[in-house]
Ligand binder design. Sequence first.
Ligand code: NAD
Length: 410
Amino acid sequence: MNPMYRAAQNNLEEAGRRGMVDRRVMKLLSRPRRVYEFTIPFRRDNGTFQLYEAYRVHYNDALGPPSDGTRFVPTLDIDEVKALALLMTIKHAVAGIPAGGGKGGIKVDTGDLSTWELERLTRSYMRNLLLKGPNGDIPGADIGTSYRTQAWMLDEYEQITMVHSPAAVNDKPFLLGGSLGGEEATGLGVYYVAREAFEDHSIQEGSSVVIQGFGQVGSHLASYLYQKGYRVIGLSDISGGLYSSRGLPIPTLKEYVKEREVIEGFEGGKSLTNEEILSLDCDVLFLAAVQDVITEENARHIKASLIVEGANGPITPGGERILKEREIPIIPDILANVGGAIVCQYERAQGMSGYYWREERVHSSLKEQILTAYERAQIMANEVGCSLRLGAWIGALKRIEEAVMLRGWI
Ligand code: NAD
């Protein structure tokens, strides 16, 4: 079992051990409901033949149709897809989204494909998905996929069915029925939850923050914090880190990264390594890059008073144990980064109704929904006397349990 699936199963089992969820429901959730594994025969531009492995997992659909991302990465395997589909099942339940957990993808290095090859492969993936539409399975984007691939997926679906059905695919361009506010949704959601947590942990405006990751999540998050007057004293991406005790000039840095793609070489701060960025003395550390960043090896060096997980699984179980001993609170991924999933639900609702929302409505609805999820998780954590992560898991499992019972599955 790969580490991400093991970690997700550990959280599931730990939440189950509190004895608040029916054991039969826990058994149901210990495995995915449906797993599709298939191969895609493919002719490259140069005429050579290639066989790609592809997947789609419906982990659980008691709360609604399976929905969420499509990952095109060279290391993809079925356990990774199962792990992500389980996490989406839980995240949808955490945020009160009427959707189940789905995930899929192709084991492919997109850097090795021409645009024409990527289009043909994406369309072929869609054709092989046992198409189910907006009430059956709604694939969105993830690593290696984008607005572009989602537009091809939607078009393929509509060409086959001969029906315009924008809600059949998520994360597509606005012109084809996408939602405004989708691009910044996850970063904005992290910001809303963090601001609420700042109040709970007496962190003042103007406090110092450090952000690991300056991509889709981290860069929007940095802008919102900067606009509100927080000092982003440290920031890093794959190329390394930057530090300034007065705060980094985020708008200028964003322009720089738009041109150069990475923060390396930017002159508005002192260069540090990624590891040094993590252990900076700051009020809040945001992890918005990749998984397994804080581990048993470096958890003792963290000096932040609060950690917020924008990325999925950035803290290993060993790292979390040490942070708990040191009483450093964590705002967990299944809560903090659920903004993208929330706006995907708005995208589906808009596509089904044909009525499209203004951006302000997307933002205000997102704020209300994510803060409600935060409050619910807090209440559960206080009631049970556990971490916020476990509180969010237990609350989600209780909602899934209720849906399972109402459906008469057990
Ligand atoms: P992205 O690819 O746009 O950006 C990732 C950033 O992390 C980049 O700045 C990259 O340079 C940096 N990075 C990569 N490897 C690094 C390393 N080893 N050390 C330091 N920095 C590194 O990705 P994203 O969409 O911003 O997603 C970031 C994380 O958030 C991922 O874990 C993703 O699964 C999670 N997430 C994203 C969304 C979303 O809507 N994009 C939603 C939920 C969760």
